[in-house]
Design a binder for this molecule. Sequence first.
Ligand SMILES: [Zn+2]
Length: 115
Amino acid sequence: MTRHSRQRNVAFLGAVVLAAAAIVGGLRHLYPYALVLGFGVLVLTEAALRADRAHRREVREHDWARRQAVGENPGPLWPCCLLAEASKGEAHSPRCTGDLTTQQFLAIVAHLDDH
Ligand SMILES: [Zn+2]
């Protein structure tokens, strides 16, 4: 169980509890409370989906690293790293599964300053 999977489970459980409370509020004609609780359901559902996505990425990265460690040559993941996704390919993290890591990128940039 990863940190992200725990966050996913907690957010999902919170969404279920809030949904139940919103339904009870709606049945008792407490519509403003039900509306606020419904908004909380949306927020927690979004958080659960993000945590699930991060968990799946972490599992894929671990599998990729394990395959590298046993001597296989797995292709890069897509995106190759989360920093590349956020920077639109301009930068890569040290855990990059592609060909260009941050250290390599910084070495290239440092070499450009020499000219
Ligand atoms: Zn990368």
